[in-house]
Design a protein. Structure first.
Lengths: 382, 351
């Protein structure tokens, strides 16, 4: 454990002690905002589910999670389609907040920099928000107050390690691979790349990273970059690492056209429906050898449920330990061998949400809380 | 000069005026012979220099495989570029490309045999998306000409309408993939040494170049871009030509949406992303004037090839992605300045 983490732990303990002292002296209403003192009534609530767009399979699953939880708890759900634009995202959320109902908000932010504006708007309106995936490191829920209930994500470094191990083993732990990260300044992509580089450096010294070409989460750019890299390296490429399954679709298409799909192995993050189909069909001689398991509906349901518990006064965010305010949830490594074990969740989203309601946001398999954030990239793997 | 002669008397001014008009006129004639060629030649020169440098940096650059790769990547921007060039020639702009591509791409995949199930509509799967593009293009043209709304605004709106149509058609089901491998492989399949999609793009370029050069319609387009009032005064059906050109552009965007979907083996409503801002610079780099009336599709062809070679070459040369964007911008500026050097005195826009 680093000194920084220790210091944060100490800070959290100190904050808890202060909060307890204030509570004892009867000052909860000022220290804890509106929650602890006056829990909101269920019928006054509306769930807000803000996603980057509605057609990416991951974001579509986000919406599914929000709607399933809303149905279970009997709370209406408003979906915000940001259409890839921070401006659209913020203005739509503000419009819903202005309608008057108390908002319980899940946001998959378009950009890190949107988080402070959204958090402040929700706080001013007396709502409760959980942010997923992207926020600036210095925006700490504990410092903002109870209305910013939590920041949650899955570890990108774990994802990168997971897929790199599968890829390296599949190509016999030697030979060249190429990597196609997402948007270059995306934390999610950067952490996954860091996991890739760390795994190669520490476990697979004979696997050579031939080239890294950011492909902006765009299947077509991934296709073009793959075509260029095939022209450049030809059959030196034994494996392809992409930061998400969308880009994997583009990359696989390029290798298919070059007649190399049967000879090259692919790994990626997300296990999107087309990827599941390809794995089930053993496409390209089992071309896809590794994936990660985490789900959009799980993320949004966990996020909304955490915020909901704060809204109705079941939890007091100011009394939660650090890792429950800045959280990292488990990510699992999927191979063609254990694929079926994971698909069972997708066939029963409603059942999974029932378990979530029963066990709470931090203890539901297969995505329990595993660590506190923020996730730090070591300089050598940047 | 003019003021001096006119003040010196009517009789004298006539003779002097004639001389003044004649002298520059004859030199302009001489220049005109090269005017049309100077810029493309410079552009080809820039292309040759780039190819030489990239070949020196990586021997794999100048191979048949990479040529096929570059032409495959250039094909869609070329097809869209043909429409964009026609529109720009009449002094307008069409920003609706990505929206129309999205609408036609999603319509195409949902009407073909795909992973969501549904019926395979055969040839209709190709016709309907192109008709959709045609209708959106026609709306662009009609609103622009009848309601006198600037094309910039109309087509910007149509971009979002197209995107909206795609989003509605797409719905919330899973990503639809084409299940017929023949469709998925068609674009990149090599025929006579080059990819199918490139042959299609090249045929479109040749046909449209001939149309612009040898038909009344083509000349009218240039005349409208050059000076609409004069064109109208000469009895040209300006509105009809303009609408026709927007229809052609819309149909070509529709075709591009289908091809992009085939290339990816499936689609979402984001299929058109990035194409507009690849194509418009290519048109301008090629030397088609944004003010209209000057340029052509062959130039756009060269512009697209130049941009594609640049990006491909930088990857093959191993330039770090951190520098690629800045470097490709810098090289472009140099290439354009070099290519347009012969024209610098007569550039119509220098804003």
């Amino acid at each position: 454990m680093s000194l920084g983490t220790k210091a944060k732990r100490f800070g959290a303990v100190a904050a808890l002690a202060t909060a307890a002292a204030l509570a004892l002296s009867g000052c909860t209403s000022t220290a804890g905002g509106t929650t602890a003192a006056q829990p909101l009534k269920k019928e006054d609530l509306v769930f807000v589910c803000s996603v980057i767009n509605t057609t990416n399979p991951y974001f579509a699953a986000n919406i599914e999670g929000c709607q399933t939880l809303g149905k279970k708890l009997g709370i209406p759900v408003e979906v915000v389609d940001s259409n890839g634009s921070s401006q659209t995202e913020i203005s739509k959320i503000q419009a819903i907040l202005a309608k008057g109902k108390k908002a319980v908000v899940f946001v998959n932010t378009v950009a890190s920099s949107d988080a402070p504006t959204i958090v402040n708007a929700v706080k001013a309106a007396g709502g409760f928000v959980t942010i997923w995936w992207n926020k600036p490191d210095n925006l700490d829920p504990a410092k903002v107050g109870n209305n910013f209930v939590a920041f949650q994500k899955h570890s990108g470094i774990d994802s990168g390690k997971c897929t790199t191990e599968a890829l390296s083993k599949a190509i016999g732990e030697k030979g060249g691979i190429i990597a196609l990260p997402g948007v270059q300044d995306s934390t999610t992509s950067a952490t996954r790349v860091a996991g890739l580089k760390e795994a190669l450096a520490t476990q697979f010294p004979n696997v050579k990273l031939l080239d890294v070409r950011p492909s902006n989460w765009d299947p077509q750019l991934a296709y073009k970059n793959s075509k260029d890299l095939i022209a450049k390296y030809g059959d030196q490429i034994k494996g392809v690492w992409t930061a998400d399954d969308g880009m994997q679709i583009g990359a696989m298409q390029a290798f298919k056209e070059a007649g190399l799909l049967n000879k090259v192995k692919f790994v990626s993050d997300g296990l999107y429906p087309p990827t599941v189909d390809a794995m089930k069909a053993h496409e390209g001689n089992d071309a896809i050898v590794g994936e990660t398991f985490h789900r959009g509906y799980m993320a949004s349901a966990i996020g909304l449920y955490t915020a909901y518990l704060a809204a109705i006064g079941k939890i007091d965010p100011s009394k939660l330990p650090h890792e429950k305010r800045d959280s990292m949830f488990k990510i699992s490594c999927v191979t063609p061998g254990n694929l079926d074990e994971y698909l069972k969740w997708d066939n029963n989203v409603a059942g999974w949400v029932d378990t979530l309601i029963e066990k709470g946001p931090w203890d539901t398999e297969p995505v329990p809380l595993v660590a506190g954030g923020p996730e730090v990239i070591k300089p050598e793997y940047k | 000069m003019m003021t001096t002669t006119s003040s010196s008397g009517t009789a004298a001014s006539v003779t002097i005026d004639t001389g003044e008009i004649l002298t520059p006129n004859s030199s302009a004639k001489r220049r005109n012979i090269f005017a049309g060629i100077g810029e493309p030649v410079a552009l080809i020169g820039a292309l040759v220099v780039l190819i030489a440098i990239f070949s020196a940096l990586n021997p794999r650059f100048a191979t048949l495989t990479n040529l096929q790769n570059v032409l495959n990547q250039a094909s869609l921007p070329i097809i869209i570029g043909v429409g964009a060039t026609l529109v720009i020639l009449i002094g307008s702009i069409d920003l609706s490309v990505e929206g129309v591509m999205a609408a036609s791409g999603v319509a195409f995949v949902l009407m073909s045999a795909n992973s969501r199930g549904g019926q395979d509509m055969g040839i209709a799967a190709f016709i309907v998306p192109v008709v959709l593009g045609t209708v959106l293009g026609a709306l662009n043209g009609l609103i622009y000409t009848l309601l006198k709304v600037p094309s910039f605004i109309v087509t910007l709106g149509m971009w979002f309408i197209g995107f909206g149509i795609a989003t509605i058609l797409y719905g919330t089901d899973a990503y639809p993939e084409l299940t017929d491998d023949n469709l998925t492989n068609w674009a990149a399949k090599i025929n006579l040494g080059l990819p199918n999609v490139f042959w299609l793009a090249a045929a479109l370029v040749v046909v449209s170049a001939l149309v612009i050069r040898f038909t009344r319609f083509g000349r009218a387009a240039l005349a409208i871009g050059n000076n609409e009032d004069i064109a109208r005064a000469n009895g040209m059906p300006v509105r009809k030509h303009k609408v026709t050109i927007f229809i052609i552009a819309g149909a070509l965007s529709g075709v591009a949406g289908i091809l992009a979907t085939m290339q990816m083996g499936g689609t979402s409503n984001h299929i058109g992303e990035g194409y507009l801002f690849l194509t418009l610079p290519a048109v301008v780099i090629g030397g088609t004037s944004l003010a209209g009336g000057k340029g052509g599709v062959l130039r756009t062809f060269l512009g697209v090839i130049l941009l594609t070679v640049l990006n491909n070459g930088l990857v093959l040369a191993g330039v770090s992605p951190n520098y690629q964007s800045a470097l490709s911008g810098a090289i472009l500026v140099v290439a354009i300045v070099a290519a347009a050097w012969s024209q610098r005195g007569r550039l119509r826009i220098a804003k």
